[in-house]
Write a protein that binds this ligand. Structure first.
Ligand SMILES: O=P(O)(O)O[C@@H]1C[C@H](O)[C@@H](CO)O1
Ligand SMILES: O=c1cc[nH]c(=O)[nH]1
Length: 338
């Protein structure tokens, strides 16, 4: 048995921390979430969480929270609104809708990494069982037009390496960036033939910068030519990279290290083989960003229906799993992969 398998989770599915220090502490302050293991009853607040959805901006994640609330038919007490649980951290925003947490992660590996440490500890303190994590993001497409949904198969860094490198006590630690392949296939199977956009799977490149790091010619600095850029983008495209963003490597590496199933679903904002700037109008960008949300929502509804927490045709909204037949097909399809 590898050390990965040994430490994945407890037999009841609760998250096992790879850090013996935490249980010896009197309290654990989840500083960037404005929560604490003693100041809050984390089990009663979060013990029923099943899905943790993250994305860059507070607005997107607030909208996703309201959207999923409608989709799963979750009701708030009359006259109340969803509350940003981490509001007083002034860092991240977090909303809870029944079994779904919707959290903003900011931009880049450091920001999502800090959040993941605290959310993974939150799962542990709250005794959450077998949580599933999703990143719902935006990206630049490589050979894909704007508005295409990309489900990441493998995450690689700017040097095409499939692991996260972090310097710890002066040494470089490498953590494999592994996402759940079956989850990615199940998500892919939930794209609908009448979706007015493509949903594809492929390799995602995760960089430490939006401009020079992604080979853009339009940053404040640029020491390469258009031809250097195109050679690089064509080379990575040939190696299977279909999109570039800034969090998948950390998201994959930290969830894998914690034994948590995860997937990354991003919408492309442009084809980087055709340009660098984000030119689509705001309304178009808003509609595109809804696309990964809708795929994740289908997955959540399918899961809840299978567990008997949601009726297939009953109290879920317009994007509800369309027919029992389609639902069965998706179910069989994913069972065939086991
Ligand atoms: O989830 P978001 O839309 O923040 O993902 C990408 C990667 C960076 O965070 C950001 C750059 O514009 O967008
Ligand atoms: O090109 C893009 C678009 C969104 N996010 C990125 O990281 N890159």
């Amino acid at each position: 048995m590898s050390s990965d398998e040994e430490l994945d989770e407890y037999p009841d599915g609760t998250v096992k921390l790879r850090n013996p220090n935490i249980e010896l502490m009197d309290q654990d302050i989840l500083y960037h979430l404005a929560l604490g293991s003693e100041s809050h009853d984390l089990v009663s607040m979060f013990g029923d969480v099943k899905f943790v959805c993250m994305g860059g901006t507070p607005k997107r994640m607030e909208q996703f929270a309201y959207y999923i609330m409608e989709e799963i038919g979750h009701k708030l007490p009359a006259g109340t609104m969803l509350q940003d649980i981490s509001q007083y951290s002034y860092r991240y925003s977090m909303y809870k809708v029944g079994p779904v947490l919707s959290i903003s992660h900011g931009m880049g590996i450091p920001s999502v990494g800090i959040l993941l440490h605290e959310v993974i500890k939150l799962m542990y303190h709250a005794k959450v069982r077998d949580p599933i994590f999703f990143r719902i993001g935006t990206c630049g497409g490589i050979g894909l037009e704007g508005g295409t949904v990309v489900i990441t198969e493998d995450a690689v860094d700017g040097m095409m390496q499939p692991f996260l490198e972090l310097s710890v006590l002066g040494k470089l630690v490498k953590r494999p960036a592994k996402l759940d392949k079956k989850l990615a296939r199940e998500l892919r199977a939930l794209s609908e033939p009448d979706d007015p956009y493509e949903t594809v799977t492929g390799k995602t490149m995760c960089t430490y910068d939006f401009y020079e790091g992604q080979g853009r010619l339009d940053g404040a600095f640029c020491d390469f030519t258009e031809s250097d850029k195109m050679q690089y983008l064509n080379r990575i495209h040939k190696a299977g990279v279909v999109n570039i963003e800034m969090e998948s490597l950390s998201f994959a590496a930290l969830t894998h290290h914690a034994g948590i199933k995860s997937a990354v679903i991003c919408v492309t904002l442009m084809d980087r083989l055709k340009g660098d700037q984000v030119l689509a109008p705001k309304e178009v960008l808003d509609e595109w960003q809804q696309r990964p949300c809708s795929l994740v929502s289908r997955y959540i509804k399918r899961y809840l229906s299978m567990k008997g927490h949601l009726s297939l045709d009953g109290h879920c909204g317009s994007m509800c799993v369309k027919s029992p037949r389609r639902f069965k097909l998706v179910q069989q399809e994913s069972e065939n992969y086991d």
